[in-house]
Structure formats: structure tokens, C-alpha cells
Design a protein. Structure first.
Ligand code: UD1
Ligand code: CA
Length: 449
């Protein structure tokens, strides 16, 4: 069945007390609007329309970063959820199928729930939930799942307010029916807004059917405050950890591991304590992540062993059986199979050939203060400890650099490069020097008496 998404994201989010539009606040490293888009993406929608208002330019940029084909329409004045959907309809011109309306600030709707809505058999399907504390949610007036209407809290009678079956805001309606229902909305209500919720009563009045599909309250959790944002983060992490364990990832202290929305970890990978995944990380099956690592925008292949205390930044690719040890930072660098970089090293804008060994304290000096430059290291090279590789520079296959070298010129295949001052040794001089220093100190102590 063809589907399209409308994601409402025009609201200011006043209670966030923020200059940033609410839907750009992040959970699991991704703006809230990406979570809503990801929830809807499981339906493989033909079209995605996001309604933006407050901070529309920034929201549009974030939306496009997730899906460059998404349409972003403007709702300059927030006249209600029904009005917001009206703004989206021109972007759905010619679309035939079911439209699903989601909120940009409601990140946890599950794919299974949306699937259930699509097969409800009714013309209008509303996602409801039984609220522990119904508060100011809209109430669903329904009998055995057949929905008569939705009444907003502000407009509800005492009896209606006692109902605990609430409106999540998620609706599924056939596209043409939605357009005709939304066209008939008025703002004759307590809030003076065009309520999307009024389409239910309007559908019933014209002989259409409406049903409620229910989900767990946790799924409909919206974010309105920073406290709720923190709770959403905790909820996301709890779920992501459970899913990782379920899919065969070993974690010694799952409560200390933080995933991003798009983290992918393969079966039989092992993750130690206190590991943080930023956006864009994939870890293949069987890789071993030791404690206290921070990853972002990187790929870790099977057999690789990373950490403890390693930082992998965007553009890092570790091939199979690579070993990255403690206090190593890698950025925009490809490390081919079997490379070892064990300790205290920075590799940036680099390519390291297979089975090369990078000694402790090696630094690719990639930045000259204005531009970035690349370092190329061939296969089976041996970079001595404390080598400064001043880029752009190329170390040949099987080449060797002496410890403490500052390498500013290319090193051919198989060559040894030394770039350091020659050692000078003076026999007995240390003893004489210390004698002299001790005498000086003794004289000073005498003078002070
Ligand atoms: C809405 C529902 C209510 C439901 C609740 C669930 C209506 C009339 N009411 O109420 O039944 O229980 O959500 O959370 O639909 N938005 C726009 N443009 C607008 C108005 C809203 O884009 O003109 C967006 C907001 O940014 C937000 C979402 O739509 O993401 C919901 O709007 P909000 O004002 O929070 O609706 P509620 O009054 O909470
Ligand atoms: Ca709300």
C-alpha cells in the first residue's frame, strides 16, 4: 500500500526555553525530527512532507540532511494541527494512498504500531493510548475501538475528561478523504484553532468509519521540556541496549553504553563499559570494543580490537583485524587490514597500508594552520615511536622511520628515514655535573643561615 507522511514540526516548543526549535533538540545524537522521520521511514513512504514554522530554515536543513527528497512546507502562523495539515496537502498533489500524520516531537512510535494502523480497515484510524495521567490530552470517544469523535481537553465536559483513552496525535487517512475533511475544518472551539482531531466527527457524519488502534503510552511520549528530553534519551538508551543484547551483542555494563539513532553493531561484537556512540557508526560482527571509547562517523570491521580509551572520529575506516589501542585518536583515515596503532597517537587525513605498525606517540601533523594535508603510509611499514609525520608526506611500503624522527620528506619503499639530531655522549660528564650542582646548592644553603 502506498503511504505518505506528514510530520508536524512548526511549533515553537516554548517550554524548552530555548533558541533552538524544539524538533532540533537531540536524542541519541539525532534531532527529534529525525526520530519521527525514522519511525515513518519503516513504511517506505512515497512522499514525506514536514511542516515547519519556528526556525523553519534550520528545520528544513536538518530534514534534508536525513532525506533530501523530503518536502518542507512553511506554516508561518501556528493556527492548529488541522491548519498545519492543510499546508502540507499541496505537496501531496497527485499522491494516491494512505497519509500518516506524525508529530516531530514524538520520537518513539514503533513500526509495528504504524503497520497495525494501516490494516485497521477503517477510513480514519487514530492512534490512542490509555494514559496513566490523562492531563490535557484529547480524549477519544469510542466504543469497542469504533471511534465517534475526539474532544480536546479544553472543550471537554467533566464526564469526557474522566475518559483515560487519549489521542496520541498520529492519524492514518486515505489522501483524498483527508483533503476533503481538512478543507471543512473550522476554528470554532475553546482554543480558536483548526483542530485536526475534528476530522473524526466529520468523517463519521459523512458515512465514513473511524477506529482507534492503541499502543503503549511509552511509545507516544512527547518532548515538551528539557526534563522530558532527558527522559526521552534514557528511554531511547534503555531500548537500544535491550535490542543490542537481543541481537547478540555482548555488553559487560549495558547501562553505561550510549547508542545513537543510527548505530549498527553486528552479532557477537563485544562492547566494554562506558562506550559512547555518536552518529554514523557501524561495528561489524565479532569486533571487540574495550572500555571508555568514543566513536563518531566510523566503521569498525570484524576482528578489529579498539580501546580502551580510543577516539574514532568521522571518516575513520578500520579494516579487518586492525588494532587501535589506548589514547589513540583517528580522524578521516583508512587503516588497512592488520594495522597496529597501539598507544598515544594521532592519525588524521591518512591512509595506512596493511600490516603496518605505528609506534607510540606518532602524530600525523596534518594541519599547517590554514590547510589540511594527507599522510600516506604503505603496507608493512614500521613507524618508530614518536615520529612526527609532517604532511603532505608519503612513507613507502616496508619503510622504517627512526624513533623521534620529524619526517618532512617522502620516504621511498624499503628505506630507513632518520630525521633527528645525532646523539652525543660525554663519558663521566653526568657525575661531574651533579657534583657541581650539589656544591652550588650547599653554598646557597650556607649563605642563608
Ligand atoms: C494535540 C492533539 C491532542 C493530543 C495531543 C497529543 C489536536 C487539536 N490536539 O494537542 O488531541 O492528545 O496533541 O500530544 O490536534 N503543530 C504545528 N502547527 C500548529 C499546531 C501544532 O505544526 O499549528 C505541531 C506542534 O509543533 C506539535 C504537534 O503539532 O509537534 C502537536 O501540537 P500541540 O500544540 O502540541 O498539540 P496539543 O495541544 O498538545
Ligand atoms: Ca503537545
Amino acid at each position: 500500500m502506498a503511504t505518505a507522511l506528514i510530520i508536524l514540526a512548526a511549533g515553537q516548543g516554548t517550554r524548552m526555553n530555548s533558541d533552538l526549535p524544539k524538533v532540533l533538540h537531540k536524542v541519541a545524537g539525532a534531532p527529534l525530527v529525525h526520530h519521527a522521520m525514522a519511525a515513518g521511514a519503516t513504511l517506505a513512504p512515497e512522499r514525506v512532507v514536514v511542516v515547519a514554522g519556528h526556525g523553519a530554515a534550520a528545520v528544513e536543513k536538518a530534514v534534508r540532511a536525513y532525506d533530501e527528497t523530503a518536502a518542507v512546507v512553511r506554516q508561518d502562523q501556528q493556527l492548529g494541527t488541522g491548519h498545519a495539515v492543510q499546508q502540507a496537502l499541496p505537496a501531496l498533489e497527485g499522491f494516491e494512498g494512505t497519509v500518516i500524520v506524525l508529530y516531530g516531537d514524538t520520537p518513539f512510535i514503533r513500526a509495528e504500531t504504524l503497520d497495525a494502523m494501516l490494516v485497521s480497515g477503517a477510513d480514519v484510524t487514530v492512534l490512542g493510548f490509555v494514559a496513566a495521567d490523562p492531563g490535557r490530552y484529547g480524549r477519544l470517544i469510542a466504543t469497542d475501538g469504533a471511534l465517534d469523535r475526539i474532544v480536546e481537553f479544553k472543550d471537554a465536559t467533566e464526564t469526557e475528561r474522566a475518559i483515560t483513552l487519549c489521542n496520541s496525535g498520529v492519524v492514518a487517512v486515505e489522501a483524498r478523504l483527508l483533503a476533503s475533511l481538512v478543507a471543512g475544518l473550522t476554528n470554532d472551539n475553546a482554543a480558536g484553532e483548526y483542530y485536526l482531531t475534528d476530522i473524526v466527527a466529520a468523517a463519521r457524519a459523512t458515512g465514513h468509519s473511524a477506529r482507534v488502534v492503541t499502543c503503549d503510552e511509552a511509545e507516544t511520549m512527547g518532548v515538551n521540556t528539557r526534563a522530558e528530553l532527558a527522559r526521552a534519551e534514557a528511554a531511547f538508551q534503555a531500548r537500544a541496549r535491550a535490542e543490542a543484547l537481543e541481537t547478540g551483542v555482548t555488553m559487560t555494563a549495558p547501562e553505561t553504553v550510549f547508542f545513537a539513532l543510527d548505530t549498527v553493531v553486528g552479532r557477537d561484537a563485544t562492547i566494554g563499559a562506558n562506550v559512547v556512540f555518536g552518529p554514523g557508526v557501524t561495528v561489524e560482527s565479532g569486533a571487540e570494543i574495550l572500555p571508555f571509547c568514543h566513536f563518531e562517523g566510523c566503521h569498525i570491521s570484524r576482528g578489529a580490537r579498539v580501546g580502551p580509551f580510543a577516539r574514532l572520529r568521522p571518516g575513520t575506516e578500520l579494516a579487518e583485524d586492525v588494532h587501535v589501542g589506548n589514547f589513540v585518536e583517528v580522524k578521516n583515515a583508512i587503516l588497512d587490514e592488520g594495522v597496529k596503532v597501539g598507544h598515544l597517537t594521532y592519525l588524521g587525513d591518512a591512509h595506512v597500508g596493511e600490516h603496518s605498525n605505528i609506534g607510540a606517540g606518532t602524530v600525523t601533523c596534518n594541519y599547517d594552520g590554514v590547510m589540511k594535508h594527507r599522510t600516506e603510509i604503505g603496507a608493512h611499514a614500521f613507524i618508530g615511536s614518536d615520529t612526527m609525520l609532517v604532511a603532505p608526506v608519503r612513507i613507502g611500503a616496508g619503510a622504517l622511520t627512526g624513533s623521534g624522527s620529524v619526517i618532512t620528506e617522502d620516504v621511498p619503499d624499503g628505506a630507513l628515514a632518520l630525521g633527528r639530531a645525532k646523539q652525543v655522549t660525554k663519558p663521566g660528564l653526568a657525575v661531574r655535573l651533579f657534583e657541581k650542582l650539589k656544591q652550588t646548592k650547599a653554598r646557597r644553603d650556607e649563605d642563608r643561615k
